[in-house]
Design a protein around this ligand. Structure first.
Ligand SMILES: [Zn+2]
Length: 124
């Protein structure tokens, strides 16, 4: 089955694979899937050059980070990578303070009201 091109969702620039590089990817593992470890029957199964560490998770578009993978295995991993990326982005947004809390503390810094040590509630 043919090599499958995938849509680019990454943040690292992705170079187009030449047939020669595709062969290098294949030869790296001798045609074994980098995700499940089983042999890929290239005559029957679709396979892609998988980025072992996803580009969107900071992986590089270099030969060391690419290996052959069954298309089905890669789809699983891609879904998982997207989940991890979304979570990492949410965490970073919160960490750098780009977004307020969804559940601010009552009388907290973002509240319009403040409670003094005496217990008196006043407007900020
Ligand atoms: Zn596999």
């Amino acid at each position: 089955m043919p090599f499958v091109e995938r849509e680019d969702v990454g943040t690292t620039l992705r170079r187009k694979l030449t047939p020669h590089r595709r062969l290098q990817v294949w030869e790296k593992t001798g045609g074994h899937c980098v995700l499940c470890g089983r042999a890929i029957d290239a005559g029957r199964e679709r396979w892609i050059a998988e980025h072992i560490r996803a580009l969107e998770l900071g992986g590089l578009d270099v030969m060391e980070n690419i290996g052959p993978a069954h298309e089905a295995c890669a789809l699983d991993k891609t879904g998982e990578d997207h989940r991890r990326t979304a979570k990492a982005k949410r965490q970073k947004i919160r960490h750098i303070g780009a977004e307020g809390s969804q559940r601010p503390l009552p009388f907290g810094r973002t509240s319009r009201w403040k409670r003094k040590l005496s217990g008196q509630i006043v407007r900020r």
